[in-house]
Design a protein around this ligand. Structure first.
Ligand SMILES: Cc1ncc(COP(=O)(O)O)c(C=O)c1O
Length: 398
């Protein structure tokens, strides 16, 4: 058994270094808390980047996963299994969609969305292939999803990317009207941008984009990989906008920490997609679907969602009333909260971690809080106290 230092050394020796990790080895989790190899306890307000909605080691989730692991884990998509059917039925019953395609991640869900949109458009006009995405948008690291992701740092080293993507400024409807044309086959947008800085779309913007899509017969894709499934206090982030997409992508929290993605589509899209058009060996096996059933049944309950809304409001209110000059703005919805700061947040994240709170950034100057959806007032108060103390400690240093 390796000790913490040996683990860190082995990871740097053998793992391709696409991430920079702090010198901490986590060994277990319980609810909103993680414990490192020395036994130190951390309040986890990253939730594995908006994934562990029920917290760590939720007893109901553990029981379902253990039971399913003992019965059946994988048969591939060549065969039927009950958890697959159960999960698909839930997603369709609770959304605008008529059919769901399963995959293994957010990027893959967006790849599928792009492929489906391209095929739909090809039926009417071969040249109708343009995808419109937005400044600040993040849709994943695979070549298609990356082509629709805005940040140059992620894109530039891998050129040439998938052709046919144009960007319009987020939340600028007039500018979007200039870019969305008859050649547009789909518009992909996050109702609340996560990685891009926790930026909620304006209602007029999303509603206007919907109308532009209708005018030009383009499909509207909502990427709810980060903001969907209860994170904003409604099951779908787009609910509060009164706008319905043609396609919606999901991933992160859906199976509570096991890898899954989903692309939800209307019947009009489904009609065009035929056997063999797309697929995945691993997608939506019985284990991951059984886990997702547990997550979905909890996060879709009205009282669960009401609690996320209320607690999210409380969290933003407390952050707004902190007497901290470093804070420029607190924004977001439910438990997707961004705190824009005057300066880069990297040092603040380190200080908070030392004090036992895990948080992440969303861009250089935005601190992102993505607590597990089960976090209660005591955990929120603890996080706010640590952020307050950390900001004071920063102010003392500068
Ligand atoms: C909005 C959004 N879309 C897509 C992705 C990509 O998801 P994954 O990392 O599972 O491929 C992310 C990941 O952060 C995301 O926030």
């Amino acid at each position: 058994m390796m000790d913490a230092q040996e683990i860190i050394q082995a990871e740097s020796a053998y793992v391709l270094q696409t991430y920079v990790r702090p010198e901490i080895v986590f060994s277990r989790g319980d609810g909103a808390y993680l414990y490192d190899s020395s036994g130190k306890k951390y309040l986890d307000f990253t939730s594995g980047i908006a994934v562990t909605a029920l917290g760590h080691s939720d007893p109901q989730w553990v029981t379902a996963v253990s039971d399913q692991a003992g019965k059946l884990v994988h048969v591939s998509n060549l065969y039927h299994t009950a958890p697959h059917a159960e999960l698909a039925r839930r997603l369709v019953d609770f959304s605008f969609a008529d059919k769901v395609y399963f995959c293994n991640s957010g990027a893959e869900a967006n790849e599928a969305a792009i492929k489906f949109a391209r095929k739909v458009a090809q039926q009417s006009a071969p040249q109708k292939s343009q995808i419109v995405a937005f400044t600040g948008g993040f849709h994943g690291r695979t070549m298609g999803a990356l082509a629709a992701t805005y940040k140059a740092q992620y894109r530039d080293p891998f050129a040439p990317l998938m052709p046919g993507v144009s960007f319009a400024p987020y939340n600028d409807l007039d500018a979007a009207a200039e870019v969305i044309r008859d050649e547009t086959c789909a518009v992909i947008v996050e109702p609340i941008q996560g990685e891009g800085g926790v930026n909620p779309a304006k209602s007029e913007f999303l509603q206007g984009v919907r109308l532009l899509c209708d005018e030009h017969q383009a499909l509207l894709i909502f990427d709810e990989v980060q903001c969907g499934l209860g994170r904003t206090g409604t099951l779908w982030a787009h609910e509060s906008y009164n706008v319905t997409p043609d396609i919606m992508t999901l991933a992160k929290p859906l199976a509570g920490g096991l890898p899954i993605g989903a692309t939800l589509v209307t019947q009009a899209v489904a009609d065009v997609i035929k056997p063999g058009d797309h697929g995945s060996t691993f997608a939506a096996g019985p284990l991951v679907c059984r886990a997702a059933e547990v997550v979905f049944d909890r996060v879709s309950q009205p009282h669960f969602l009401a609690q996320v809304r209320e607690n999210g409001k409380y969290l933003r209110h407390r952050l707004r009333t902190l007497e901290q000059e470093a804070i420029v703005e607190v924004r977001g919805a439910g438990f997707l909260v961004g705190v824009e700061m005057q300066a880069a947040v990297a040092p603040l994240i380190v200080t908070a971690r030392e004090k036992g709170l895990l948080v992440i950034n969303a861009g250089e100057k935005v601190l992102r809080l993505a607590p597990p959806l089960i976090a209660g007032r005591a955990e929120l108060d603890q996080a706010i106290d640590i952020i307050d103390e950390s900001l004071h400690a920063q102010a003392d240093v500068t």
